[in-house]
Structures are given as C-alpha cells and as structure tokens.
Design a protein around this ligand. Structure first.
Ligand code: FES
Length: 157
C-alpha cells in the first residue's frame, strides 16, 4: 500500500478569537490580564499549559490575576487573594475542604462544587495567543461579577 504522510495542520483560529499577547511575553510574566469583549479575562501559563478564565472570582469578584497557584491533589488551582477560594485552572471548578461522613477516619478531603468560574479557549498561532470566549448562553456563577468594576486593593469582608 501507499505510505500516508500525516502533516499536522496549524491550529485554526475561531472567527471570534481575540489576540491577547505574545507567547514570549507570557513565558516571562506567567499571566496576562486583559479584556475580551468587555469581559475581564486572565490567561495563565502554568507547567507548559495555557488557561484562560474570567478574571473576577465567582465568590465576590476578587482579582484572580493577583492570586497564587497551588497544587491540590495534583490539580493546579488559582487561589483567590480575597477569601482564598480555590479554583481549578483547567476546569473552573470550585474546590472546598470537608469531611466525608462515610469516612471513619474523619480526615478532611477536597471536594468539587462543580464548575463555578468560566473558562475560555486559548489558541496559539505563530507565537501569538488568542482567546475565544466560551458560550455565554450557558450560565456560570462567575458571570455575576464579570462586568462589575472593582478596586483590586479594596477587599470586601
Ligand atoms: Fe474570591 Fe472571595 S472574592 S474568594
């Protein structure tokens, strides 16, 4: 038979993809704060992967671009600087610590609250980073604060 050569296509850009910065710059800064269609978005470069999320924390609008990344059970999470909520970078899940009543050891474990923070698609093309907003018709808790104006230094109680 004939030998097939598979040539990998360059990543296609969505029509609504928005340029947010250069791969080079993100490698140094590790995060980019930007606005896509009036929505504040943060892009993280962590362990070779790119993650775009709503910048305003689903809890009370905290500035996620100022948070630290923490590993929780092998999942990279951004920790909101305001009230320390943990959000999984890959999925936008909110995590909380609790005790499983079925577990006789009663030791604290991490549980998921499900997706709380909206995540967006990142495309890399020719050294540039693009973000495509996820489907806004599907509601997500972080929508509530996505377009509010905040003072990042003034943490509410
Ligand atoms: Fe993020 Fe409260 S605003 S934890």
């Amino acid at each position: 038979g004939q030998q097939q050569t598979v040539i990998s296509e360059p990543e296609e850009l969505d029509e609504s993809a928005v340029f947010v910065g250069k791969v080079e710059d993100l490698k140094t800064s590790k995060r980019i704060r930007t606005t896509v269609n009036d929505r504040e978005v943060v892009i993280f470069h962590h362990l070779g992967k790119y993650h775009a999320l709503d910048l305003r924390c689903y809890h009370a609008g905290g500035p996620l671009h100022l948070g630290e990344i923490e590993d929780i059970n092998g999942r990279a999470c951004i920790v909101c600087p305001w009230h320390k909520y943990k959000i999984v970078l890959e999925t936008g899940e909110g995590l909380y610590q609790g005790v499983d009543p079925q577990d006789p050891s009663r030791s604290k474990k991490w549980f998921s609250k499900g997706k709380k923070q909206r995540t967006h698609k990142v495309t890399i093309k020719d050294g540039s980073i693009y973000v495509t907003l996820s489907d806004l018709d599907l509601r997500c808790d972080s929508d509530f604060h996505a377009k509010e104006k905040f003072n990042d230094d003034a943490r509410p109680d």
